[in-house]
Design a protein. Structure first.
Lengths: 224, 224
């Protein structure tokens, strides 16, 4: 396998970040990877428990070259990552679907998508300043500006929350864009062919039943 | 741990399908599980490779109590599942985000979501009739009605495609609905609180550049 060396602007491909197929869809530049991560707030966190895979959806945030995930101190992956050595082997995957690709042949049906897969070992964050930074980032990653407009965690809440970090080292993006790729001999078939765009949409904010009168929807929510 | 016996209408909870926290959010009835699965078309497929977890996004379809996933015969998980014994231990997770829950306290921020986690062993499907049924289901799961309005796979395409199946036996759903759950002492804080709904939206279909004139967008696409 040919690999290109890591640069300041790209992650170094490894055996497990080079796909076995559709290699032309793989990307290793940090700009692409960061962009895909920052437009999502849910990741799928994979780990191994008793030899079997477990995949759980969870919030995440990126700060520089670190991904943070948080959860109850009692949750299984966070407990496992709390063991100082060797941490918890994880795979964190983030996916956006951008379109349904309808080809003339069933075989060439596809999706337009952007995904990031990050492999590595996750460790619990014990430094209090880093824990606070991560918790703010987790709130702001979902709604930019929100952490400054809510009550910060108190000591009891901090004690109940575990934060784990995964350094972005073994990372790749994969993406598909564009229209269907039908075979030449199928071009005259009488089926509609094209792409149905898919997007993530926000609805009108619904105030909590007990929201005091006079508190308007903040601009940073309207801006979503 | 207390477990309830399996019934015709529910999956039997097991050690790994009973969450360590927020147990009130767990559901085991088939109706809820099927509904969450059928409204999605992307799953996150987890498996173990060289002792480490791998999580890949991929299309899936449900037919009765079976999930099907397909891919190139050369892809890693499909190759691994092709070994007749013991198959491939997998975890298949499907997640919908329905809303951003903004509480007055950072700690009580949350998401409204619906997810399904299915554990088990996946096997390659070798029966040709079942393979065809699965491939049609994979197309129709994304766009109902599409498999009948496209060219079916030919022998060469079938030979290049692997299909794996996971029987739905060890399965749970988890969901959160409703507004924020702030602590009583936070109710007078001056922060906006409520839910921002999140939805999946389809855009206007974009015909392929080489679509012949006179082929209109079919009703089953408009119906999305």
């Amino acid at each position: 396998m040919t690999t290109t060396p890591a640069t300041e602007t790209a992650y170094e491909p490894t055996d497990r970040t080079v796909p076995t197929r559709s290699r032309d869809r793989a990307r290793y530049d940090r700009e692409t990877v960061h962009s895909i991560l920052d437009q999502a707030y849910i990741c799928h966190l994979g780990f191994v428990r008793d030899g079997a895979p477990v995949v759980l959806p969870t919030l995440f945030a990126r700060v520089g070259e670190v991904l943070y995930v948080h959860g109850s101190t009692g949750s299984r992956p966070l407990l496992a990552a709390g063991k100082p050595d060797p941490g918890l082997a994880v795979c964190v995957t983030v996916t956006h679907v951008d379109g349904l690709v309808l080809a003339r042949s069933a075989f060439h049906h596809s999706l337009n998508y952007r995904s990031v897969v990050a492999h590595g070992t996750a460790y619990q964050v014990t430094d209090e300043a880093e824990r606070r930074l991560a918790l703010d980032a987790l709130v702001d990653h979902v709604v930019p500006g929100r952490s400054a407009d809510s009550r910060p965690a108190n000591a009891k809440e901090l004690a109940a929350t575990a934060v784990i970090r995964l350094d972005l080292e073994e990372v790749s993006a994969k993406l598909r864009t564009g229209g269907p790729n039908d075979d030449a001999e199928d071009l005259d078939l009488p089926y509609w062919t094209g792409v149905v765009p898919v997007a993530h949409a926000y609805g009108v904010p619904v105030p909590a039943a007990d929201l005091a009168p006079g508190i308007a929807v903040p601009d940073y929510i309207t801006a979503l």
